[in-house]
Write a protein of this length. Structure first.
Length: 467
């Protein structure tokens, strides 16, 4: 088909023009009466559209009839859609490898003005792969007290993307508590309800890599324009942007553009905005415009239902006492909860053994040991109280007695230092204080450490005990 078109075109234009504008085109495929051709650049495409669209139309209609369509595939280094299938981790060789970008441009479309070479005409026709993982959806995101707020906020956003006050929606919480799952679920639901909207899921890390690449290649404007085309932008793990002022800057511009145009932004982070470090103030204040919803550690009931659901989906039966044993001992990370049950299933089928409580205990023990790397806030409170010869209740009490206040502040300081918990979460666990109190405690300890020799000794002793 393409060769016939070329022959016709060749007969109708100057040889030099043919050589310049038609020889470099590669026919890619013909499907549904649409011919896809690959052109070397966006500029090339624009030139074709501006000067040769009629000729192309005639040539194609001769071959394929009135319903013929032409799809341009632009091969160029400065597109940001990523067409590799969804993978959790992208091997480094693929990083920054930005695939071709497809644009459906009906032959009959009249060409818009091309004053700004960066603006792609027929923008609505750009296909951007959403990078969503359909296995992470609302159906298998089980509800519990620990995630109810975040889950229902996510649902609300999915029902009316850009149309709620939850913009941006920031989902935060510790490792393995379902941030990525929920972020995908929102995107998947939106795609389902509004197939015509452009949704893009991307990790903050990959976003950063793309940005750096665009600076290197002098295509920063293209990078920004690409992101401004998106209706629903989901950025996972924004804490990764800490200290990366260039990326924060560009994200700030993209965010403002999207927000002003009623587009939805969904972010996840391992920390609450108040606890984020090295993120520009103006960006933090944007994060607070919408809703920050926390994913907390799941309670026992939720852990049980997550396990049962997982087993049910895998078609595996397991005695309740074993499920309960796993749920009782693995508390702070859903990924590990699932990991333990998966390795139980694997072990039992591998050894053709019944899953016994004994086996469950062994496996759980391994998981718990592996995760002991981080001391818990409970443990810190215990160690600090013991050291000052008081009980934990006293340490947590409302009293303002100096030595108790100091012990409490030290516990907060070490919780901040040795755990990944947010200031808010530390505060709530150490006598129901707010994040500002914890922040104040950490500063006080820092100051005293510099000025007070006795106090420095406390810190040294306790550090030894805790590490
Ligand atoms: P995060 O991004 O917060 O580190 P993930 O979203 O990767 O955590 O979740 C870890 C694992 O736990 C995933 O396999 C996810 O499907 C599962 N998970 C998390 N929350 C839930 C939930 N509420 N119901 C079912 N599975 C969950
Ligand atoms: Mg994640």
């Amino acid at each position: 088909v393409w060769n016939n078109c070329l022959a016709f075109i060749n007969d109708n234009i100057q040889p030099q023009a043919f050589k310049t504008w038609f020889e470099p085109i590669k026919p890619i495929k013909l499907a549904d009466n649409a011919l896809s051709i690959q052109v070397p650049s966006k500029f090339f495409y624009e030139w074709l559209e501006e000067h040769y669209v009629k000729l192309l139309k005639v040539a194609l209609t001769k071959e394929l009839g009135e319903t013929a369509k032409l799809v341009y595939i632009i091969r160029m280094e400065n597109t940001y859609g990523n067409r590799e299938p969804f993978t959790e981790k992208i091997p480094s060789s693929n990083r920054g490898n930005m695939g071709p970008q497809e644009m459906d441009v009906p032959v009959k479309s009249k060409n818009p003005q091309l004053r700004n070479p960066f603006v792609i005409p027929g923008i609505r026709n750009i296909k951007i792969e959403s990078q969503l993982n359909p296995n992470y959806n609302f159906d298998n995101f089980l509800e519990g007290d620990s995630n109810r707020l975040a889950r229902s906020a996510g649902m609300a956003v999915a029902n009316k993307p850009g149309g709620t006050s939850f913009n941006p929606l920031l989902i935060f919480g510790g490792v393995g508590l379902g941030k990525t799952h929920l972020a995908h679920a929102i995107g998947v639901e939106i795609k389902d309800k509004y197939p015509e909207r452009t949704v893009l899921y991307i990790s903050a890390e990959k976003f950063t890599q793309q940005y750096i690449e665009s600076v290197k290649k002098n295509t920063r404007n293209d990078f920004i324009h690409f992101y401004q085309l998106i209706d629903v932008l989901i950025i996972d793990d924004v804490q990764f942007l800490s200290g990366k002022s260039g990326t924060q800057d560009v994200f700030f511009h993209i965010f403002n553009h999207l927000h002003q145009n009623g587009k939805q932004v969904i972010l996840t982070s391992d920390k609450a905005p108040v606890d984020m470090q090295d993120i520009e103030q103006r960006l933090l204040s944007r994060f607070k415009w919408g809703l920050s919803a926390e994913l907390q550690t799941p309670d026992y009931e939720t852990r049980i239902s997550i396990l049962k659901n997982k087993l049910y989906r895998d078609g595996v039966e397991m005695p309740d006492e074993i499920i309960e044993h796993v749920a009782k001992h693995i508390k702070s990370n859903i990924r590990e909860l699932e990991g333990a049950i998966i390795s139980l299933i694997a072990q039992s089928s591998f050894n053709k053994k019944e899953v016994t409580l004994d086996l469950a205990q062994q496996i759980v023990e391994k998981f718990v040991k592996n995760t002991k790397r981080e001391v818990s806030i409970d443990y810190i409170q215990k160690v600090v109280s013991d050291y000052f010869e008081m009980d934990v209740a006293t340490l947590q009490s409302k009293t303002r007695k100096r030595h108790i206040v100091q012990a409490r502040q030290l516990a907060m300081f070490f919780a901040k230092k040795f755990t990944k918990a947010s200031l808010a979460s530390i505060g709530s666990q150490i006598g129901k204080r707010d994040h500002a109190t914890v922040l104040h405690a950490c500063k006080t300890v820092d100051n005293l450490a510099e000025t007070d020799k006795q106090f420095r000794k406390y810190i040294e002793d306790l550090t030894k005990k805790l590490s």
